[in-house]
Design a protein around this ligand. Structure first.
Ligand code: ARG
Length: 476
């Protein structure tokens, strides 16, 4: 950030004293919003071209403005632009430098426009860009989950409720559950994109403008599919940003749950997965340690992303119409949420891609204990016993086996018959772990057939999402 050569602001006409260094910096959003420089320039170019097309400025002035802005764009890209915090925000920084360079034409750019509709336009363009980018990354994680699900199509793993072993499931089924969470996250990102897809430019400060502007022309140039209907709403609406941050918080929450499972699964107690060395760190004191730090950080950063959503909603809740300076705080928290999630998606994609699954250990865990208990009760139901009675019989069985330190596999056909005369010798099939899984053929269940179908559905769903990404690609 360069020094302050410019304490007199572009709005300085009616002022005799300026706020001074501390308040200038306190009031500035430049460090946060300068990342929207590309959107700001696009917006100004579209506005200038429209002003000329409507005869509000001359074509020569518009030409000068546009080429001046393109020059600034190249400079910023090259990292040569001198940002000055005294400019307050990205909009003023670019306009000031433009005017310093091209003179009166630059000073005409802001005709029929206010920073209020300008910042709303820039933010919407930026949200559209980032919502797409996050959606793309979500798709990448889903691909990784799908690949692992396909690779381990026959691996069984204990399914848990209350973190107690419940019923065996296919590892694919477990992984695909996250794939569906992320599918909904993709849809939420797409919704945020669509919520941002209306152009506020032309609302001016709050009431519209006296100039004969053409809002549709501006919207068309900027790739918006509509113009906002109400100028007061246009400059004070941040719903699209809340939608985006909510989508971020939800997706981050899903990543956090996945991270938690990977942390558990990589513990010695579970031993279901081994994280790649690149996704682990050591301890400075305990030489044997291999810690899942990056998964823990994904889980840990979730607090701040959820915090961003709360901060944004609370910032907005008391605001009267129309623009209020409070709204400048929106970008700091929203950008933080977007950046954090983007990084976490990258981490999780790499982590999944390099993860090894200890399928033997998973099978061993899925095949031990009493996870066939529900199936044994269902077996008795099949012989005509009411379910509650069957539940009781199997419950007693578990109690007795547990007391004597045995499992279902230790029970002979006679042993079974001792608990109920309905148990025939074919009962051993019931406790076979693969058959247990295989029997759950109901739609959306963990049986091999529904999971195969689910894999195909996931592939189609990802392809649909990727077609949307393709269709919304910026032509530029
Ligand atoms: N930096 C401001 C923001 O981020 C831009 C709009 C300021 N408008 C105003 N009238 N002060 O919200």
């Amino acid at each position: 950030m360069g020094g302050s050569k410019n304490l007199k602001a572009l709005w300085g006409g009616r002022f005799e004293r300026s706020p001074g260094r501390f308040l200038t910096e306190f009031g500035a959003s430049l460090p946060v919003d300068r990342r929207m420089w590309e959107e700001d320039i696009r917006g100004s170019v579209a506005h200038a071209r429209m002003l000329a097309a409507q005869g509000i400025i001359t074509p020569e002035d518009a030409e000068e403005i546009v080429s001046g802005l393109f020059g600034i764009r190249e400079e910023i890209k090259a990292g040569e632009f001198e940002w000055d915090i005294a400019d307050e925000d990205v909009h003023m920084a670019i306009e000031r430098v433009l005017t310093e360079r091209i003179g009166p034409a630059g000073a005409r750019l802001h005709t029929g426009r206010s920073r209020n509709d300008q910042v709303a336009t820039d933010t919407r363009l930026y949200v559209k860009k980032r919502a797409r980018d996050i959606a793309y990354r979500i798709s990448g994680v889903r691909e990784e989950l799908l690949a692992a699900a396909e690779e381990h199509a026959h691996c069984v793993v204990p399914g848990y409720t209350h973190l107690q072993r419940a019923q065996p499931v296919l590892l694919s089924h477990h992984l695909l559950a996250y794939g569906w969470m992320l599918s909904r996250d993709f849809t939420r990102m797409r919704h945020a994109f669509e919520a941002a897809d209306a152009c506020p430019l032309g609302a001016a400060a709050l009431a519209g403008t006296t100039y004969p502007i053409d809002r549709d022309m501006v919207a068309g140039q900027l790739g918006f599919s509509a113009v906002s209907e109400n100028s007061m709403d246009a400059v004070s609406d941040r719903d699209f940003l809340v939608d985006l941050v909510y989508a971020c918080a939800m997706c981050q929450t899903h990543l956090s749950r996945l991270a938690e499972e990977l942390i558990l699964w990589s513990s010695e107690e579970f031993g279901f997965v081994v994280m790649d060395d690149a996704y682990s760190t050591g301890s400075s004191i305990m030489p044997q340690k291999k810690n899942p730090d990056f998964a823990e950080l994904v889980r840990g950063k979730t607090g701040s992303v959820i915090g961003s959503l709360v901060a944004l909603l609370v910032t907005l809740k008391g605001l009267p119409l129309a623009y209020n300076k409070d709204m400048q705080e929106d970008k700091r928290v929203a950008f933080d949420a977007i950046d954090t999630l983007a990084d976490c998606l990258q981490v999780v994609q790499g982590m999944l891609g390099s993860l090894s699954f200890n399928t033997a250990r998973m099978r061993e865990a899925a095949d031990s204990g009493f996870m066939a208990a529900t199936d044994l009760a269902d077996y008795l139901v099949g012989k005509g016993m009411p379910f509650r009675e069957a539940h009781e019989v199997v419950g007693k069985m578990v109690l007795e086996l547990e007391k004597s330190g045995r499992s279902l596999h230790d029970l002979s056909a006679e042993g079974f018959a001792g608990f109920s005369c309905e148990f025939d010798p074919d009962v051993s099939e019931i406790t076979d772990v693969d058959r247990q899984v295989g029997r759950r053929g109901s739609a959306g269940g963990t049986g091999h057939d529904p999971v195969r179908k689910q894999i195909a559905q996931m592939r189609t769903s990802i392809a649909g999402d990727e077609a949307w990404l393709e269709a919304t690609q910026d032509p530029e």
